[in-house]
Design a binder for this molecule. Structure first.
Ligand SMILES: *Cc1c(COP(=O)(O)O)cnc(C)c1O
Length: 711
């Protein structure tokens, strides 16, 4: 009934006959994690490729049609085109690697997805995790469908004033150059539907992004049928107004479920990433009652057994809670339709620790899903502790929440040149075996010279990237020279470089290293062993303390006593992250324990040989082995003590190790740690290992159980 074809994206220009697959590849994010895919677009026109911001659709629109025609005569280009086309076809049509015991289809719901900078529908870690999960599901051939939101105004673009204050500017998603397709209805119009149960009615239309073999469907409320207030529902990520936020989550959960039904996508496993889309669980109950004719209790039982809830926060206070009045306003018809009374309906969101507070979305996830997980082993302990009254009826120490530690998609986050070098050592097929630690022991064969040279290339690229950004600001915005200094124009690729790039918020303590400026100055300005620090990260627009921390860092970077060796890089996002995680020497992470549920940027750094230096929070207690980075402080947090521990580490271990050279003028001790970092982190903290756990612990057991019901 629903039509889907690539011509639905009228953003694409007409391509010459014989080059049609270029369009198909441009509309599938597969190319973003395949070096030969990237190279194909670069070959078309290297200069325009850069100018397009590495966005193939923009490139194909920028390029004059004669130039595209002329490509048909370039033998070298055509050879590469045919080769990449063959790779792409093989990938898309490959038999799944789990063909033996394929799980039932999985619908993966999340409020944000971090996939590529041409689709700004993410704010941070949660989104990148969701994006990496879709990519890995595609690589593994798992039958997954993603459901999320189109945010026409994206997240905030960060602009920092001369005074260091973050001013918000919205990044508007350019629907004409984003790799998105309209989903069409049977008449060829944009598929639009009414979200059930919101009164007055709200409509959403549907877009699709191809993530390799996995489709991601995005709901968009910024359409003519809606009045301005409703058009705004999906305009930004995480709106602060509670009423609008509730409407957003109704559209995501209930509207998202409805969209799958309209698309005729049959699925049996519902995976909810964080509480935002948890209303999908109610809609699923309703579908079991109304379509499958189950009793209410049987429907609830079925939903509980076939749905998965992943929590990402170590704080009850950080979960979404809606007043009972607001809930009644939207759901009073709904509970009647389900045959429930108000009390029973509200009980699904009742937090025993705060029963008056309202309806809690995380509690809803826990209560309507039997399979629940936290995102690192440490976070699982914390989660079991903070929600223990919810599971008071369960036996002691048996709170049913498991830990599945996050992982990062290796082909996305590993530098292409490093990947090529790993191909040479582990064999071309290593990605298929990437979760096997034995395979990675062969990294020992990588020569010092090779590792060091590659790292230096990444470092120079990062410094050039930062300087080029400042140069553009210098010429376009006439910024003050002190601002140019603070934004990194004086960075030096030969100096030991510490990176701190993450959300600017109090618990992450971005300014911990500024605790004692005199001591820091001695470390930074050491005559023969200097150090530089690169900061990046956005503060949430409503996070005043976060903005103040950012301002303090920016002002310190403007202070001439640090001689241009502290830099703040504006507008952290997917593109900047790739430069920083590869180009820094040390990746600093000093959250207050136990506030970091997992953290993934440190994994991205570590697999590239950028050494992780972190408090023992999130994934690091599992990842740190004494030789692959450093641990700051002890099991609990104290700012003064942790700062002291960090300075001592820098003075006594990190700086000397970096500047102690062997007879080849290379820091052999440092390089040994880089090798150990790649060897120990890549197999355990890649998304392959993570997805194998989701598959083994949740997807396959659920599939087996469902199969027995059907017989
Ligand atoms: C990986 C990533 C994050 C998440 O990093 P954390 O370590 O969890 O803070 C945030 N933003 C970007 C751009 C990323 O690539």
């Amino acid at each position: 009934m629903i039509r889907q074809d690539p011509s639905a994206n009228f953003a694409l220009p007409q391509l010459p006959e014989g080059l049609e697959t270029l369009g198909e590849i441009a509309l599938n994010l597969w190319w973003t994690w395949n070096p030969r895919g990237k190279n194909l677009f670069r070959l078309i026109n290297p200069y325009l490729w850069k100018e397009s911001g590495h966005n193939p659709i923009r490139l194909l629109k920028m390029i004059p049609s004669e130039e595209l025609q002329a490509l048909m005569k370039e033998e070298r280009f055509l050879r590469e085109y045919r080769y990449v086309t063959a790779l792409f076809r093989q990938y898309m049509e490959d038999k799944t690697i789990y063909s033996e015991e394929e799980p039932l289809p999985i619908a993966y719901f999340c409020a944000e997805f971090g996939l590529h900078h041409s689709v700004p529908i993410y704010s941070g870690g949660l989104g990148f995790l969701a994006g990496d999960i879709l990519k890995e599901a595609s690589d593994m051939g798992l039958p997954m469908v993603g459901v999320g939101f189109m945010y026409p105004e994206g997240y905030v673009r960060q602009v920092i004033g001369t005074d260091g204050w973050q001013k918000g500017a919205n990044e508007t998603i350019d629907k004409d150059t984003a790799p998105i397709e309209r989903v069409l209805d049977e008449k060829g119009g944009h598929l639009t539907f009414q979200v059930p149960f919101i009164d007055p009615p709200v409509y959403a239309s549907l877009w699709k992004i191809n993530v390799g073999r996995v489709p991601l469907y995005l709901l968009d409320t910024d359409i003519e049928q809606n009045d301005p207030w409703d058009r705004q529902i999906s305009s930004h990520l995480y709106v602060p107004d509670p009423n609008q936020r509730l409407r957003q989550q109704i559209v995501l959960g209930i509207g998202g479920y409805r969209a799958l039904e309209l698309l005729g996508i049959e699925y049996s496993i519902l995976h909810l990433n964080e509480g935002h889309p948890a209303f999908a669980l109610f809609e699923r109950v309703r579908s079991c009652v109304e379509n499958d004719k189950l009793s209410l209790d049987d429907a609830i039982d079925r939903v509980r057994k076939t749905s998965i809830f992943t929590t990402h926060t170590p704080l009850q206070a950080a979960t979404d809670v809606y007043s009972f009045d607001m809930m009644s306003h939207y759901f009073s018809d709904y509970w009647q339709r389900l045959g429930m009374d108000k009390e029973r309906f509200m009980s699904f969101g009742l937090n025993p620790d705060a029963p008056q507070a309202g309806f809690n979305m995380t509690v809803l996830g826990f209560k309507l899903c039997v399979q629940r997980n936290a995102v690192s082993q440490k976070h699982a302990q914390v989660t079991r502790e903070i929600w223990k009254s919810l599971f008071a009826q369960e036996p002691e120490n048996k709170t049913p929440i498991v830990g599945i530690t996050n992982g990062v998609h290796l082909p996305t986050w590993l530098g292409d040149e490093l990947r090529e070098s790993i191909d040479g050592i582990l064999g071309e097929n290593w990605l298929a075996l990437q979760a096997d630690p034995d395979l990675w022991s062969r990294i020992d064969e990588m020569e010092d010279e090779e590792i060091w040279q590659l790292h230096y290339v990444y470092k120079v690229r990062m410094v050039n990237f930062i300087r080029e950004r400042v140069r553009r600001k210098w010429s376009d915005e006439h910024i003050d020279p002190v601002v140019a200094m603070a934004e990194g124009v004086m960075l030096d690729p030969d100096v030991l470089t510490i990176g701190f790039a993450r959300r600017m918020t109090a618990y992450k303590r971005p300014d911990l290293i500024l605790h004692d400026l005199d001591r820091l100055e001695k470390i930074i300005n050491n005559f023969s062993r200097p150090v530089q620090i690169v900061f990046a990260g956005k503060a949430h627009p409503a996070d005043q303390p976060g903005k103040e921390i950012l301002q303090r860092i920016f002002r310190t970077a403007q202070d001439r006593r640090f001689r241009g060796r502290i830099a703040f890089v504006e507008d952290y996002g997917e593109g900047t992250a790739k430069y920083l995680v590869r180009g820094c020497d040390v990746w600093l992470n000093n959250p207050q324990i136990p506030m970091e549920a997992c953290g993934t940027s440190g994994m991205k750094a570590a697999i590239n040989g950028t050494l992780h230096c972190s408090t023992l929070d999130g994934w690091w207690p599992e990842g740190y082995n004494g030789h692959n980075g450093w641990a700051i402080g002890g099991e609990s947090s104290d700012d003064a003590k942790d700062a002291e521990a960090l300075y001592t580490l820098l003075e006594k271990e990190i700086v000397p190790l970096y500047y102690t050279l062997d007879e080849h003028k290379r820091p052999a001790g440092w390089i040994a740690r880089m090798r150990e970092s790649i060897r120990s982190v890549a197999p355990h903290f890649g998304s392959r290992r993570m997805m194998q756990e989701y598959l083994g612990k949740f997807y396959l057991p659920i599939s087996k159980e469902v199969t027995t019901w059907e017989h």
